[in-house]
Design a protein around this ligand. Structure first.
Ligand code: DUC
Ligand code: ZN
Ligand code: ZN
Length: 480
């Protein structure tokens, strides 16, 4: 089915201009003024609207088995909710249990993801180490289009990767040209603080941020960055939530190190006062890691995004409903960690970023789509309005408004962290693979229509790093 998007303003990461966009067979086939198209082509009038690359959320956890339960959003409901908000691709996480072969976990997640409505890829977590993990990382990169590996520095006695594992895995990533990524929190310190706070009799959700102060994240971010520096491997830090981690990234970048940082819409816009709420359910619904932070961190994160020291925005979409959160009724450390946002990220970012002048529309496209496509080597297939790119497009009303609510959202969760917020900037139509999946409030996603996106290794970041390595290769001193 061919579609002509007529008369809109095309907004990419690098330029804005008025043009028609013609999509056929899932691809953008032509861009230009007053395009001639075959009779019978469906026309979408975009006269007052912006035509942008569909959002890419590089950090989601659909139907994740975690902390004794399973996230309530599956790959169909989650990607559909994303489409309603203008997001057309996700990168989710395969998370093997310790000792579980990586390939087993990968096949399990691939099966779960078959019902996705829009395109998806996977980062694979390295939660333990032996020779088989080394081998499987190679298979995943060479045969399965995985080019990024995740390391949880938190969640002790579960999925936490010790320093030795980080070193082994980062080294393997470098060999393979794959991007190591980290959830930076010092898991030993979190464990210690959780015990201490519980001993003091603090059992409610207010204990959660007390057990994970910003130093916990700053230390781990700094450690991961230093390990990456010593091994000369690029690094991507997921959900940077505090000044300390941002400063570690900024210092490393100023020092010529290739370190990337992701920030969540939630961390930009919500502060830690939510944990003081007298309603247990409300406070528990905000339990995620890293936690929401005091306001000064939000200001710093916005500056990080504006300055380019943080390049991507995500959600860490990981839904647990009230009955699941209740598992931690008597002990905050047992509240399943996670909040939702895949549907709202784009609107919240436009509302808080573009309408305030913090971001230009082009910068908005960069941080919601293009930069992720580049860092994870999907560009320009994704993240671009270009001839030959996938027709994953959001047609955006920059002045349209909607009020966010769990009563009306499409996410499979009974709570919304942005509840009651009226946002300016909304997805009017969303195209996935050249098909309309969301139009003026009508969600038309199809279970199983999403395709797995293979992401080759050896992005330009690695070519540069490898050049640096070769250039700086140490030599033994010749002695007679
Ligand atoms: N943090 C969360 O809040 N949920 C899932 C995993 C994570 O790191
Ligand atoms: Zn995380
Ligand atoms: Zn996560």
């Amino acid at each position: 089915m061919a579609i002509l998007i007529k008369g809109g303003e095309v907004v990419s990461a690098d330029k804005s201009y008025r043009a028609d966009v013609y999509c056929n067979n899932g691809i953008i086939e032509a861009i230009g003024e007053n395009l001639d198209v075959p009779a019978g082509t469906e026309v979408i009038d975009a006269g007052d609207l912006l035509v942008m690359p569909g959002g890419i959320d590089p950090h989601t956890h659909m139907q994740l088995p975690f902390m004794g339960t399973v996230a309530s959003e599956d790959f169909f409901t989650g990607t559909s909710a994303g489409a309603a908000g203008g997001t057309t691709s996700i990168i989710d996480f395969v998370i093997p249990n310790p000792q579980q072969p990586l390939m087993d976990a990968y096949h399990q997640w691939m099966e779960w993801a078959e019902k996705s409505a829009t395109d998806y890829g996977f980062h694979v977590a390295v939660t333990w180490w032996d020779e088989s993990v080394y081998e499987d990382m190679g298979k995943l990169v060479h045969d399965h289009g995985v080019n990024s590996f995740k390391h949880f520095m938190a969640y002790k006695n579960a999925i936490m990767a010790e320093d030795e594992t980080l070193i082994n895995s980062f080294t393997r990533c470098l060999e393979l040209g794959a991007m190591p990524t980290v959830h930076a929190e010092n898991g030993d310190l979190v464990y210690h603080l959780q015990r201490k706070i519980l001993e003091r009799g603090i059992t409610g959700p207010e204990g959660h941020p007390l057990s994970r102060p910003s130093e916990v994240e700053g230390e781990a971010a700094n450690r991961a960055i230093r390990i990456a520096q010593a091994l000369n491997v690029p690094l991507y830090c997921v959900h940077v939530s505090c000044e300390e981690a941002l400063h570690a990234i900024t210092d490393a970048r100023n020092n010529g190190q290739r370190v990337y940082g992701e920030v969540l819409a939630g961390h930009l816009e919500i502060d830690d006062s939510v944990y003081q709420n007298e309603n247990w359910e409300y406070a528990a619904a905000h339990v995620m890691s890293p936690p929401f932070r005091p306001k000064k961190h939000q200001d710093a994160l916005w500056k990080g995004l504006q300055s380019g020291n943080l390049q991507t925005t995500a959600t860490d979409h990981c839904c647990f409903c009230a009955d699941q959160k209740a598992m931690g009724k008597d002990d905050f450390s047992k509240i399943p960690n996670g909040t939702a946002g895949v549907e709202d990220r784009m609107s919240v970012l436009w509302d808080a970023g573009v309408t305030t002048g913090k971001l230009t529309p082009n910068e908005f496209v960069a941080v919601t789509s293009t930069n992720t496509a580049k860092i994870f080597n999907m560009y320009p297939r994704k993240g671009a309005i270009e001839v030959g790119a996938d027709a994953d497009i959001v047609i955006w009303d920059p002045k349209g408004t909607r009020t966010i609510s769990a009563k009306t959202h499409h996410q499979n969760i009974d709570f919304n962290i942005f509840e009651g917020r009226t946002v300016t900037g909304i997805a009017v139509h969303t195209l996935s693979q050249g098909k309309v999946v969301w139009t003026e409030g009508d969600l038309r996603t199809v279970k199983g229509a999403g395709k797995y996106v293979k992401r080759p290794a050896y992005s330009s970041a690695f070519e540069a790093v490898n050049k640096m390595r070769i250039h700086n290769e140490p030599k033994a001193v010749k002695r007679s």
